[in-house]
Design a protein around this ligand. Structure first.
Ligand SMILES: Nc1ncnc2c1ncn2[C@@H]1O[C@H](COP(=O)(O)OP(=O)(O)OP(=O)(O)O)[C@@H](O)[C@H]1O
Ligand SMILES: [Mg+2]
Length: 454
């Protein structure tokens, strides 16, 4: 630089601004944190922050200028990333809050519509209308579930999982997604990739990422899935400022598709953001993925350029080998298995739908004898019994007594549609868990949650 003007570093459109700054210096003023851009050796632009002050001789006459020019690219990127994460979090809070209340309303709508349907004769007018209502409610429920996922408000059934096993077992689902000119490659790390996560949710993440990759390759290409371990230490560059130090399982989904512009990249995790035709896509895919990954304690990053494919990386904390995590899981009300005893097929179906929506695993028994057999066969799996009172073979109360003798302490919740059923069965003591039919999903959740944990 010696012998040349520092104007060499100033892009054409900043010359005016630079002259104005110099004028300030010659008036004896100084300036700090002045944001502008400068030219790099290769001619590209760099964002900088300037600090400038006059240089004087002993007599106080201004002889020149001294300036510090700081490259703020990294700092700016960091601030943007933090802002972006905060924005998604607040949208998530809003979406999750609305979805939660809305979901309860939808459950009541579909639950009661289904009950009305059960009481209607096969040829009753209005059945078709009810069916249409149920279909619409189902679509609404699907959407609210996605919003709940984005808002990190799902009940997660987190268990120890080997990501490699999940991937191997999912090939059958992922392959058909990538039929035609799209090739699916997997390169799985040799060791087990142990994480603590909800299997169904992880599958959801994979399906969404692979479906997006396929959509990005209308003329064919390759989507590859990789797994490996990565340790983020004190000095490791972090993919995102919020990523904490630790050991992670890394899932990489890479495609050779159309890639994306920065504007798309900045918004792709937002709910309802899509560049695809409306009607076909809701734009909830990556929003769901984002929520699931965050709620599982992980991170997701994307790297892409228009025309050059995309890479999505998901980091999930390596599952600690200590057992306390698993212990806490067992008492998690979201991770429980219910033995459902109900002879009416319609009611049983509806109860199963509701229970599964509440993230219970259901074992169903149409009759008391089935229940007793199933309980014996799956001795360690059942956490809770939900039984009807009016049953064939014996009453639900009698069944409850048998269960209590075989599995003392196993919580039992009784349900009945007859208001006086409780009175007629005197041995159903006050304070016992009882659910009045028809019930809303909320009432069901409350009754089951109220049941004591073993
Ligand atoms: N692998 C990818 N390559 C290029 N663009 C992508 C890729 N994945 C996502 N995108 C962009 O991000 C947008 C949002 O993705 P997202 O999965 O959330 O919604 P969608 O795929 O449009 O709709 P939906 O998943 O609900 O069917 C997409 O519309 C697309 O523009
Ligand atoms: Mg998608």
């Amino acid at each position: 630089m010696i012998g040349t003007s520092f104007e060499r570093l100033v892009p054409d459109d900043r010359v005016e601004e630079m002259r104005a700054n110099l004028a300030r210096i010659s008036r004896g003023e100084a300036f700090t944190q002045f944001r502008t851009v400068r030219l790099k050796r290769d001619g590209s632009l760099v964002e900088v922050e300037l600090t400038g002050s006059p240089v004087r001789n002993d007599a106080g006459t201004i002889l020149g200028v001294s300036a510090i020019v700081r490259d703020v690219t990294a700092q700016k990127r960091l601030a943007e990333q933090v802002q972006h994460a905060q924005r998604l979090k607040s949208i998530g809070r809003l979406a999750g809050g609305v979805a939660h209340d809305f979901n309860n309303l939808l459950m009541a709508i579909s639950g009661y519509a289904e009950l009305v349907m059960l009481d209607l004769p096969e040829d009753a007018p209005g059945r078709e209308d009810l069916r249409a209502l149920l279909t619409a409610a189902d679509r609404g429920a699907r959407l609210t579930r996605q919003l709940l996922a984005f808002g990190r408000r799902q009940v997660l059934h987190a268990v120890p999982l080997d990501l490699n096993t999940v991937l191997r077992e999912m090939e059958g689902v992922l392959r058909p997604l990538t039929a035609g000119d799209v090739t699916l490659q997997t390169r799985l790390g040799t060791e087990a990739m142990m994480v603590q996560a909800d299997r169904a949710q992880i599958e959801q993440v994979l399906v969404n990422l692979v479906a997006n990759a396929r959509d990005a390759m209308p003329r064919g290409g390759v989507v590859s899935i990789e797994t490996d371990h990565i340790t983020i230490g004190e000095t490791t560059p972090r993919p995102h400022p919020s990523v904490q130090q630790g050991d992670y399982v890394r899932l990489t989904v890479r495609d050779t598709g159309i890639g994306m512009h920065p504007e798309v990249q900045a918004r792709l995790f937002e709910p309802f953001f899509t560049t695809k035709p409306r009607g076909q896509s809701t734009g909830m895919g990556l929003a769901t993925v984002y929520g699931i990954v965050k709620q599982s304690g992980g991170f997701i990053t994307v790297e892409s350029e228009w025309g050059r494919g995309s890479v999505f990386r998901v980091l999930l904390p390596v599952r600690a080998t200590a057992l306390p995590g698993a212990e806490a899981q067992r008492s998690d009300p979201g991770a429980r298995t219910v033995l459902l005893v109900e002879d009416d097929e319609g009611v049983r179906r509806m109860a199963i739908v509701m229970l599964e929506r509440l993230h219970f695993t259901v074992i169903e028994a149409p009759a008391p004898s089935d229940a007793i057999r199933l309980l014996r066969e799956s001795a360690h799996r059942v956490d809770l019994v939900l039984t009807d009172i009016s049953l064939p073979e014996m009453t639900g109360i009698q069944l409850g007594e048998i269960i209590a003798s075989q599995r003392p302490g196993l919580p039992i919740v009784y349900m009945s549609g007859f208001a006086d059923a409780v009175e007629r069965h005197q041995n159903l003591e006050p304070g016992v868990n009882f659910l009045q039919k028809p019930f809303s999903i909320d009432a069901l959740a409350k009754a089951l949650r109220g049941a004591p944990v073993r």
